[in-house]
Write a protein that binds this ligand. Structure first.
Ligand SMILES: [Zn+2]
Length: 714
């Protein structure tokens, strides 16, 4: 009876809740719905390859739709023609000398940069980012202010397959974003979607591959356009399109052989600095189908978004809001636009910095350049010698602009590099030689005595070709290209380093050792050369020499996490387990996801019966590397040791699913069955394991035990 009463009460309570919810919803509908923000960055996209910017050969109806429903900026430029630093400027509204990202592979150092996502989160927005390339992995620090950051680029231990773990197609990125947006559509959101596809290699899927045969770069752009179409359709279906401010831009362009540059990042010409910028305002703004001529830059994006949302400007932000120009007025301050590339510093060549003011563009370099971009939009005629007074004035303005804002110190700069082999391998598979703090001496504002990149174009282009060939698993082409580079420029350290690494991977340890020794002779504090020397020594069985080189690496660069992991390996093999533990722990303090340190440390914990600690580490490995079968096998083994048989079977099952031909996992399943007394099934597993790996002695021994009856049936 009592139950009956409370049930009916509950029912009534439930009913009134439902009524309240309906009432609440109808109230909410009367208010203006909140404005959402969708920031879309399409990597490596040149504006002159979009129909709305006048290209009739590429079909881009969805890009064009944004231009039609909003405004198109004719003269928009990025701060840096490199993915990570450029996005840092977009997301923070600050210049690179201030936020400190000047190259790929860096992390945020001491100072926190302002974060558009952080401000919007404080204002009650759900915030999420969906990135298409490892270059923007959360480990580099752009995840600041985001509730959710979709990156997940797994560890791969084989360099040859690395390129599969560093990028994902636009459709995958958009699907993840669509799911997130659709999960709670009633809450206002800020989503940043990064679509990497137009970045090389140009490999569009069908039908774009066939349709754009002969111009696959355009094919990638058309593919991205089709993905945008699906994204916009979803927003419309959910009733969100009209209330969403959509800002679409690129992080930089692509050389496409202009000025001899195939890709981007090396020079600062407009082929790589000029970007498309389209802004589709939310409902209530009358600014359709406008073309804006004013010169704008990527630091202007964050303040513009804030003003659209009627949020007060943040004083740390250095860009200008473009809202007034979008509404048809002129911007108050005349524009002086800044650009730079420090990428050449990777090779001990001079950085390039540029200032644009009106029709003039000045490039500060050992051989300075001045262009009249009205008369000479392709920057073919250097006027620097003809107009020395303009050069002098613009150089002064450039210095003033770069000193106006808080600077990152050279030390912070140096310390911001992630010194680990995985990062370097992944970036190099994308065509970037990545920094190591030891070979990057930054003198931020000094005029440079280093070689001018213009004079190094030929060797750089060949080096780039070699880097990409090696990333695509073609070491022979890479090695012969590098040998020819080194004949032309014997001082080209990074080329010699790459050659040594290729030789090492090819099993030519002595040749590799010679290459690395040559670098160390020239540059005794080259940490990466010492590290690679250590690896060749290990291959050649010279453990003590390897140890000495690893110690040298740590002395030069205490944050070189791989050196600790390998030192741990040496100690472990010498039976010095306590020392090994210490090294692995230090490695994990610097790089919490180091695959080798996590697994080896877990193995030591298991052998010492610290099973719980081992499981914690192995769970971390699995979470970070959900498609590595060995990781599941290791975790399963730890559960087996803890006698958590069901959990062990789950993990072994996952390993088996990923790699059905992996013998050890079959044997491990056999062990679980044996422990559970399921002897016939165990026998079948060991037999299967032996079929896959006839040399598995343990499996053979267990099978013998079962057959002789020493494994008792329960
Ligand atoms: Zn990029």
């Amino acid at each position: 009876m009592r139950e009956h009463i409370s049930n009916s009460l509950l029912l009534r309570w439930g009913l009134s809740l439902a009524i309240m919810a309906t009432l609440h919803a109808s109230c909410a509908q009367k208010k203006t719905p909140p404005t959402n923000v969708l920031l879309i960055t399409v990597d490596t996209l040149r504006p002159d390859h979009l129909a709305c910017y006048g290209n009739s050969k590429v079909k881009t109806p969805n890009f064009d739709r944004l231009a039609r429903e909003g405004v198109l900026f004719q003269d928009a430029f990025c701060q840096v023609p490199l993915t990570l630093p450029s996005h840092a400027s977009i997301l923070s509204g600050t210049y690179p000398m201030s936020h400190g990202f000047r190259d790929q592979g860096q992390t945020q150092s001491n100072r926190k940069m302002p974060s558009l996502a952080g401000v919007l989160r404080q204002e009650g927005y759900r915030t999420a980012a969906f990135v298409g390339s490892f270059v923007l992995d959360s480990r580099f620090g752009l995840n600041q202010g985001f509730d959710y950051y979709f990156d997940r680029f797994e560890t791969s231990l084989s360099g040859a397959k690395e390129f599969q773990n560093v990028e994902r197609p636009a459709s995958d990125v958009a699907n993840e974003a669509i799911q997130w947006i659709g999960s709670t559509p009633e809450k206002k959101f800020f989503a940043w979607i990064h679509l990497y596809d137009p970045h090389d290699p140009y490999l569009p899927p069908e039908p774009f591959k066939t349709e754009y045969q002969g111009n696959l770069y355009d094919g990638e752009i058309a593919f991205v356009d089709s993905v945008l179409g699906k994204l916009f359709a979803l927003l419309e279906e959910k009733g969100l399109y009209d209330n969403t401010l959509i800002v679409l831009l690129s992080d930089h362009g692509e050389g496409l052989e202009e000025h001899g540059e195939t890709y981007h990042g090396f020079f600062v010409y407009d082929s790589t600095l000029r970007i498309p910028l389209l802004v589709k305002p939310p409902r209530g703004f009358n600014s359709k189908n406008q073309i804006i001529q004013e010169q704008v830059e990527t630091v202007d994006i964050a303040p513009t978004i804030l003003e659209f949302l009627k949020l007060s400007p943040r004083k740390e932000i250095q860009g200008r809001s473009l809202l007034s120009t979008i509404q048809g007025k002129r911007l108050v301050s005349p524009s002086k636009l800044y650009g730079e590339s420090y990428y050449p510093r990777q090779f001990d060549w001079s950085e390039l910095r540029t200032l644009r003011s009106g029709k003039y563009k000045f490039i500060e370099a050992p051989k300075p350049e001045l262009f009249d971009t009205d008369q000479d939009p392709h920057e073919l005629r250097n006027l620097a010698l003809e107009h020395p007074e303009t050069v002098k004035a613009m150089l002064g303005d450039l210095r003033q602009l770069s000193e106006r804002f808080p600077q990152e110190s050279a030390i912070d700069q140096k310390n911001s590099y992630q010194s680990n082999a995985e990062v370097r391998r992944k970036l190099s598979s994308l065509g970037y030689m990545s920094g190591s703090r030891s070979n990057f001496g930054l003198k931020a504002t000094e005029p440079s005595n280093l070689p001018d990149p213009k004079d190094k174009l030929d060797v750089y282009q060949r080096f780039q070709k070699a880097l990409l060939a090696s990333g695509k698993g073609d070491p022979n082409t890479a090695a012969s290209e590098l040998e020819s580079v080194l004949r032309l420029d014997p001082q080209f350290t990074e080329a010699r380093l790459l050659l040594g690494m290729i030789q090492r991977n090819q099993g030519q340890q002595s040749l590799a050792q010679k290459s690395f020794l040559a670098i160390v002779k020239q540059r005794p504090s080259h940490a990466a050369a010492h590290y690679n020397l250590a690896l060749t020594c290990l291959f050649l069985g010279q453990r003590d020499e390897a140890e000495a080189h690893l110690r040298k690496v740590i002395e030069i660069d205490p944050a070189y996490s791989d050196a600790y992991a390998d030192l741990g390996g040496i100690y472990q093999s010498k039976g010095r387990t306590d020392d090994a533990v210490l090294q692995y722990q230090t490695c994990l303090q610097i790089n919490p996801l180091d695959y080798q340190a996590l697994n080896n440390l877990a193995a030591i914990y298991l052998s010492r019966d610290s099973d719980r600690e081992a499981v914690t580490l192995l769970e971390r490995v699995v979470k970070a590397n959900p498609s590595r079968f060995e990781a599941y096998n290791n975790l399963g083994s730890a559960y087996l040791k803890l006698k958590k048989f069901d959990q062990a079977l789950v993990e072994f099952g996952r390993a088996q699913q990923l790699n059905p031909d992996y013998g050890p996992v079959q044997a491990n399943i056999g062990l679980v069955y044996m422990a559970q007394g399921r002897i016939d099934e165990a026998k079948e597993q060991f037999t299967r394991s032996l079929r896959l790996d006839p040399a598995d002695r343990a499996a053979r021994e267990y099978l013998r035990m079962i057959e002789s009856g020493s494994a008792l049936r329960r």
